[in-house]
Every structure is written in C-alpha cells, then in structure tokens.
Design a protein around this ligand. Sequence first.
Ligand SMILES: [Ca+2]
Length: 327
Amino acid sequence: MKMKLEVSFASLTFYCVLLSCVFAAWNTKDYLKREHSVVKPYQASGISIPFWDFTGSVMITNSHIRLTPDLQSKTGAIWNNVPCMVKNWELQVHFKIYGKGKDLYGDGMAIWYAKQPLTPGTVFGSMDYFHGLGIFLDTYANQNGPHNHGHPYISATVNNGTLHYDHDRDGTHTELAGCEAKFRNLDHDTHLSIRYERDVLTVSTDIEGKNAWQECFTVKGVRLPTGYYFGASATTGELSDNHDIISIRLYELEVPDEKEEEDRSKIAPAAAFFAPPRDHVDDPPPPMSGTKLFLIIVCALLGVCVCVIGGVMVFQRSQDSSRKRLY
Ligand SMILES: [Ca+2]
C-alpha cells in the first residue's frame, strides 16, 4: 500500500512537471519578429540578407556575419531596414569577439536601436550624437590609470542627439549603467540580451557557457520611441579583433494590462538616471624605452662632437688670422 502511494506520488510529480512544461510553452507569448531578426542560413536570396543592410568591412559566411576581421583600421555594420513598431521587446544577440591579441585588442562592438541607420561614425563605427539606445561592448580600456571598472565592459547610453560619446573616457560621462563582462576569446557561445519592457531596460549576458542569463544591469525610466532601427557595428584601430554576429533575434513581449495608449512614435529618447561619471586620472608618463634612451644619448654625443669640431675650427681660424697679422 505504502509502495503504491509512493508510485502514485512519483507519477503525480511527473505529471505536474509535464503539465508545467506544457503550460510554460503555452504561456510563451513572446513572438519572434522575423522582420527584425537575422538567423542562419543568412543568404536566403543571393548575396543579400532579407530586411538587413550592411556597410564597411562586413563579410558574410555560412557560420557568421563578420563586422570586422582581426586587422587594423576596419569598420563594419549591419542594420535592420524595417523600423520597429513594437513597444516592448527583447533583442537577443549571439556574438563572438576574439583575436590573436592576448593583452592588446580592440576596440569593441555596439548594438543599436537608433534613428539613423547606416551612418558611419566614431562610436564603434557608427555616428556620434545619435538618437536612441546604444549598448557598447567595449574591449579596450582607453581610460587607464586608477579607475573603478575593468574591461571588457558593457554599458548603455540613451541619447537624444545632444550627447557626445567620449572614447577617451570610455563613455563614462554618458552611460546609464554598465558591468564588466569577460566575453572575449571564449570557446563556448556568448549571448547578450537587451530587454526593454515598460520603460525598464535590462541587459543580461550568457557568456559562461551555462545556458542561463545573468543580469548585467537594470535601468528604470528609459523612454524610447517606436520607429527606430536595430543595428550592430564594430571597429578596429591600431588594435583589432574579429567581431562576429551569429544571430540577432527580436521578440515582441506581451505585456498584460497595458492601459497606456501613448503615441510613442514622436517622443524623444530620454533616461531618468545616469551613472555618476568616474573621475579621470591622467596616466603617469610612460617609462622611457631603451631605444628612446639610446637615441637621446647618440644625439647628445653628436651634439658634443659638433660643438668640439666647431670650437676647434673657430680656434684654428683665429690662430691663422693672428699668424697672418704677424707677417
Ligand atoms: Ca574603450
């Protein structure tokens, strides 16, 4: 009797789990929006990707969309060409950033929800003074010296066209929030989630190969208009990396009881909270390199030689002229 009870309890548990799984599947009201997504296989029609434009050094293969190769001075971007009319959404980006550099690499990648697509510029390959949201995956620490976060670093900026992204300060004066994230040169898959739901922006990562989201930061009071475009861009300078996009998926979030009927098409991007900027501390002057020291010594010796030779010549001439006067 006891055994039978145990069996029935076990089967009950099993059915409960099964039922919850079914309900979980049924309850998924988040819809993948094909027109804002890009997944493998990419080249559905010839060399173009439906709904997406690309510019710069972009290379499309069967396995990834490479924004930049691991070479100096490259810039590439892909932009969705369908404006997003969804109010509440989650963008999931499967990406890979890697390269030969062990200690020096850069510069990073940006994920965009912005007004002006396909406009090259100085912010990870896209325009400065942008309108919208930029999520920056910054791999190179421009702001060296003592500072309170390391790299790689993920941060968010909401811009109404008036803010300048200051690379020398890694954008610290304009960031809403950020977190350190070691997403570079990993053997397993790396994912980023940008969730925008009821004016709350949440950025999460799945970079530890655990197949689970880990929150990077959450910011309330973020207002973004509809009708902007999703994009991704990356750039290299003196330092480089491969910046690859494997997939971008946009899900429309079903938000129950949304009474708000505000027309979101005309609002300006705005954020209620900004992170306090880090104080900039100038780097100590770098120690003199061996080559530089050697060149300075050589120059000094040459200078001394020139002076000595010049002095000797002047002395001889004065001797000669004094002799002439004697005759
Ligand atoms: Ca940087």
